[in-house]
Design a protein around this ligand. Sequence first.
Ligand SMILES: Cc1cc2nc3c(=O)[nH]c(=O)nc-3n(C[C@H](O)[C@H](O)[C@H](O)COP(=O)(O)OP(=O)(O)OC[C@H]3O[C@@H](n4cnc5c(N)ncnc54)[C@H](O)[C@@H]3O)c2cc1C
Length: 477
Amino acid sequence: MQHTKTDTDVLVVGAGPTGLLLAGDLAASGLRVTLVERRPHGISNMTRAFAVHARTLELLDARDLADELVKTGTPLSGTRLFGRLSLDLSRLASRFPFLLITPQYEVERLLERRAQEAGVEFRYATELRGLRQDADTVTAELADPDGHVTALTARYLVGTDGLRSAVRTALGLPFPGVSVIRSIVLADVRLAQEPESLLTVNGAGDTFAFIAPFGDGWYRVMGWNRTRQVPDTEPVEIDEIREIARQAFGTDYGMHDARWISRFHSDERQAPAYRSGRVFLAGDAAHVHSPAGGQGMNTGLQDAANLSWKLTSVLRGDAADPEALLDSYQSERHPVAATVLRSSGAIIRLAMAHTPLQRAGRALLTRFLNSARPATDKVMGMISGIGIGYGAGPAAHRTGGHRAPDAELVGGRLYELLREGAFVLVTPQGTELTPPGAPKTPGRVATAAWADPARRTAMLVRPDGYVFWETRIPASA
Ligand SMILES: Cc1cc2nc3c(=O)[nH]c(=O)nc-3n(C[C@H](O)[C@H](O)[C@H](O)COP(=O)(O)OP(=O)(O)OC[C@H]3O[C@@H](n4cnc5c(N)ncnc54)[C@H](O)[C@@H]3O)c2cc1C
């Protein structure tokens, strides 16, 4: 640990899902963490996201939260896009071979509880107004609701403050991109008639719409009508979304009692840099895209899991090359969000296809994907996060490579062992070794043996569940 006097080790700005996971991880590893949030306590983000993907559930499993979250929602093991393209999620090689439909506030509730238990200092109704940094510290200007401004000094600061990030603005970073879709209407409603499938997506004429159940009697409906493109401020009534549903599905399923209804537009934007000195960006502060594919919150949570162990390693003094390790956050996570921008953009553009040529192109693509299983597996791997890795070659040896799937070990599962927040070294039974580059700090590497005595590999798994180092062990060793 370095010794410059600061008020906290890490200041996290924004208590959305990204900030809550990050702050909880850092505090669980023994660091001093302050989390500031502009909203007063108890006023949630409402429920923007509603889909939690398999890889995110694995990360939550590594924090002992997944089984509890799964109980709050509805697992969806398959879906059909554009009326033709079948995605069979039960084929995913994961303990969670499904998409979990659950409101964002359930994810936030569990992450907030964990962060509180881990000792994060929460400051609600506190807004970051500006920041400055020097070689050793970063100082934030924080304002309370009466406008009183105080300074707080930290070793590092992470901006998880969403689309209009004040941290990104204070760093002078641009947020280049475009608006991809306008006037999407969203409502959480009850239905008199249950849809025939769990996730209903369709487009017809000038509309497309989507319905998913939360599992507690409420449904999320989103709809878009090419012929009604108005600003977000234009009032929206349930009749507008009923009409879109009737055009897209042939029925409005008897929608009634909207508890939330709004109109929004969606941008595709990404910050060119995720790090500036001692300040990082994560989640929507770093990248935004259309809700197609349900990936925003999932990508933010994975950013947080990638950054938290790196900051921990650096602050605890067990990183061989601290600057390279911190830079690897950008080199690993920036390309992932760039891919998400491209894929969610492609889905939304395919959904909006309306000229005969565009529709023919969409039909051709979905026919191809339906008939080519490796291609659909690739699509599912990317959307679910299961297929995301951090490259191969020498760099991968230093900072990580492919995802480590869960595995039975003597005395438990890999993802149960990852709950300690440390690296995990897994070896064949009866083998002892020290992997190159493994942290030397006591307690930073947990060890275990494969339950399967025939397994002849050794693997050092990073705290975020990616492989740091791997080798084959000859049977005689
Ligand atoms: C309609 C819709 C549907 C979506 N569906 C999905 C889905 O199914 N799956 C999915 O993965 N994603 C989905 N998303 C995206 C998802 O909601 C976001 O990606 C996610 O909320 C981002 O989390 P975050 O923590 O990065 O940012 P946010 O949730 O935006 O949190 C940022 C926090 O920072 C606080 N803050 C802002 N400025 C300051 C400041 N200056 N000082 C202090 N605090 C500040 C804010 O009050 C807020 O609480 C959807 C989005 C929309 C709009």
